[in-house]
Design a protein around this ligand. Structure first.
Ligand SMILES: Nc1ncnc2c1ncn2[C@@H]1O[C@H](COP(=O)(O)OP(=O)(O)O)[C@@H](O)[C@H]1O
Ligand SMILES: Nc1ccn([C@@H]2O[C@H](COP(=O)(O)OP(=O)(O)O)[C@@H](O)[C@H]2O)c(=O)n1
Length: 231
C-alpha cells in the first residue's frame, strides 16, 4: 500500500453510458469535480477524429478509406472536469467538433472497427493513468472499454426530453428536427456491429426525463459513495 497510503479513498472507475441528451456530460463533469476524480468525454474523441477526416477530405461514406488513415491523427484529451480539453495534432478542436457537420457524420466514422480499436486503446490508457480514479462517459464504456469499472450507470430519457434539452442548447433549433436527428444517430449507434450503444448487464439504469440535473448528480454521487463504502 506504499503508493496508496496518502489516499483518502481508493481509485474508483465510473462508466456512464447512454444516448445523446440524457445528461452524460453534465452529470459526469459534476460528479468528477465533486469527488476529485478525472473526467473523460469519449464522444469528444470520436468527434475529433471525425473532424480530422472531414478536414482532410476523407470520404466518410467509405469505411475502407477511413480505416486506412485511422491511425494518423494524434488525439489528446484533457481530464480536468472543470476545463475539458481536446486537441488534434496540437490544434484545439473543442469548438469545431460541435458543428452540425461533425455531429451528422460522427456515427459513420465511429462505426469503423479500426477507428474504435484505436480510440478504445487510448481511452484505456487514460483510465489506467488516472491515479485518483475517473468518470468516463460514452456509449460502450461499461460494455467494452472498461468492463471491470467499479460502477456502471446507463442514463436514459424520453426522446421529447432529450430533444428539448438539445434544442435549448442550440439556441432555438427546431425541436422536431432535433428529435429526428437524435433518433437517427441513436439508431446508427445502436445498430453498428462493433461495440454498439448498449446497457451493460450490471449497469444501474437511471431515467432522467423527470429529474433535474442536480437530482441526477446526487443520485450518481450517492451510488459512488455506496460503492466505495462497500469496498
Ligand atoms: N436532468 C436534466 N434536466 C434538465 N436538463 C438537463 C438534465 N441533464 C442534462 N440537461 C441539459 O441537457 C443538455 C444535454 O446534456 P448533456 O450532459 O450534454 O447530455 P449528453 O452528454 O448525454 O448528450 C445540457 O444543456 C444539459 O444542461
Ligand atoms: N464511447 C463512445 C462515445 C461516442 N461515440 C460516438 O460519438 C458520437 C458523439 O458522441 P457525444 O457523446 O459527443 O454525443 P452527444 O451525446 O453529446 O450528442 C456518438 O453519436 C457516437 O457515434 C461512440 O461511438 N462511442
Amino acid at each position: 500500500m506504499e503508493n496508496g497510503a496518502a489516499r483518502t479513498a481508493p481509485a474508483v472507475i465510473v462508466a456512464i453510458d447512454g444516448p445523446s441528451g440524457t445528461g452524460k456530460s453534465s452529470t459526469s463533469k459534476a460528479v468528477a469535480a465533486q469527488l476529485g476524480l478525472s473526467y473523460l468525454d469519449t464522444g469528444a474523441q470520436y468527434r475529433a477524429i471525425t473532424w480530422w477526416m472531414v478536414s482532410n477530405g476523407i470520404d466518410i461514406t467509405d469505411p475502407t478509406a477511413i480505416a486506412a488513415v485511422a491511425g494518423k491523427p494524434e488525439i489528446v484529451s484533457g481530464t480536468d472536469p472543470s476545463a475539458p480539453a481536446i486537441s488534434v495534432d496540437g490544434t484545439d478542436v473543442a469548438g469545431p467538433i460541435r458543428t452540425q457537420e461533425v455531429t451528422s457524420k460522427v456515427s459513420a466514422v465511429s462505426a469503423v472497427p479500426e477507428v474504435r480499436a484505436r480510440i478504445t486503446e487510448l481511452q484505456r490508457s487514460i483510465a489506467a493513468g488516472a491515479e485518483d480514479g475517473i468518470v468516463v462517459e460514452g456509449r460502450d464504456i461499461g460494455t467494452t472499454v472498461l468492463p471491470d469499472a467499479d460502477l456502471k450507470i446507463f442514463l436514459t430519457a424520453s426522446p421529447e426530453a432529450r430533444a428539448a434539452r438539445r434544442s435549448g442548447e442550440l439556441k432555438g433549433a427546431d425541436v422536431r428536427a432535433t428529435r429526428e436527428a437524435l433518433l437517427k444517430r441513436d439508431a446508427a449507434d445502436s445498430s453498428r456491429k462493433t461495440s454498439p450503444l448498449a446497457k451493460a448487464d450490471d449497469a444501474v439504469e437511471v431515467d432522467t426525463s423527470d429529474l433535474t440535473l442536480q437530482q441526477v448528480i446526487e443520485c450518481v454521487v450517492t451510488l459512488v459513495e455506496e460503492k466505495r463504502a462497500a469496498e
